[in-house]
Structures are given as structure tokens and as C-alpha cells.
Design a binder for this molecule. Sequence first.
Ligand code: ATP
Ligand code: MG
Length: 214
Amino acid sequence: MSGKFISFEGPDGAGKTSVMRQIKADLEEQFGADRVMYTREPGGNHISEQIRRVLFNADNTDMDARTEALLFAAARRQHIVSEILPALQEDKVILCDRYVDSSIAYQGAGRHLGEQEIWQLNQFAIDGLLPELTVYLDVPSEVGLRRIAEHRSDQVNRLDKEKLAFHHLVRHSFLRLQQAHPDRIKLVDASQPLAKVVADVKQVINARYPELFN
Ligand SMILES: Nc1ncnc2c1ncn2[C@@H]1O[C@H](COP(=O)(O)OP(=O)(O)OP(=O)(O)O)[C@@H](O)[C@H]1O
Ligand SMILES: [Mg+2]
């Protein structure tokens, strides 16, 4: 396998999707659209899409938090087999919007299921497949939540305390992960203007893969 597997992580409103859109466009310009794959979990293939419908069905209000964690891991597994592994074999650059670190931060820390427990649960799903590079976009919780609130015209500048506490738990879990895996996970200050964040992300990618953004 010779492709490149890069995941993008960060709390809500960090700018993952915005940054990835530009990174994807620039890589496609350099290498051609068939060499670059943007993907996100859960979904992307017919089995994971069915799991996604169960996860996001508003009628499933009684879903247990561990059931939810298992379903995310199941969707992740199928996403790996149906999409990531074939793309790696085709020598593509894979830009993955969230991967296993998000489960640890959101379900392990945010939903109090335990970071170690969620890590172990996901070992079975990922079967050793970790990205070679994880770009962690770090933003203070107030900034991330404000960006999202400002996007919704009905709730401008109103930060819900519960959301803020949850966001703090998630962010600090990501920061712990980055400190525990400094070779894989590279932190970028995502509170900067978008153009600067994109420039910093390109530098991080170039440091890992000198042939990209050279
Ligand atoms: N560096 C930045 N400075 C200011 N605003 C930004 C920046 N990056 C993104 N935004 C804005 O913040 C909002 C959230 O950005 P985006 O959707 O890219 O975040 P995300 O990390 O993908 O969030 P989610 O986890 O909810 O998918 C958007 O309105 C976007 O335009
Ligand atoms: Mg997004």
C-alpha cells in the first residue's frame, strides 16, 4: 500500500471542513482529482449509510451511549474496508474528516464512556489502521462555538453553558491525545484567520510528505 492517509480532527467549529476544502482543491490542482479522496464518517458506502440512519434517526431517543459508540465503530470499520483501504491501494491521498480520535474525544471524554474504553473498542474496528498524519485543528471552546452560533442567524452570540462544558471536555481530550501521540498528531492553531490556518496545515503536511506542497 502506497497511498497517504491523513485525518483532520478538532472540536466543532474548528474549521476542519473549511480547511480541507482548500487543501483538497490545491492537491487536485497539483496531482489531479483522481489522486485525491475527501471522505467523512459515518457514511460514504451503502452499509455505513444504513448505520448512519440509525445513529441520526430522531426517533431513537432511547439509544444507549455504548450502543452509539459501537455503531460508530461499526460504521468506521465498513468505511475502512469499502473506501480507505482501496484508496490506499490506488496510491491516493486520503483526506478524512474525523477518525478514531473523534470517538475518543466525543464519546470517551464528552459522553463519559472512558477514553481508554473507547480506544480499546475501536482497536477491533480499525485493526491497526491509523493515519500516518493527523492534523489537529485547535480552537478555544468559546471561539469554536461562536463560529457555529454566528452561522445560525436565530441564535447569534448565545452560548449555552452545557454546550460549553461539553466542548471543553472534547477539546481537552484532543489536547491529551496530541500530547500522547506527538509524532502522528500535529497541532495547528485554528483560532487564526482561515488563510493562515490553511498555510500552517500545508506546512505540516509538507513536513510529513515532502512531495506535497513543495
Ligand atoms: N479560521 C477561521 N476563522 C474564522 N471563521 C472560520 C475559520 N475557519 C472556519 N470558520 C467558520 O466557522 C464555521 C465552522 O467552520 P467549519 O464548518 O469548517 O468547521 P468544522 O470544524 O468542520 O465544524 P464541524 O465539526 O461542526 O463539522 C464556518 O462558518 C466557517 O466559515
Ligand atoms: Mg465539518
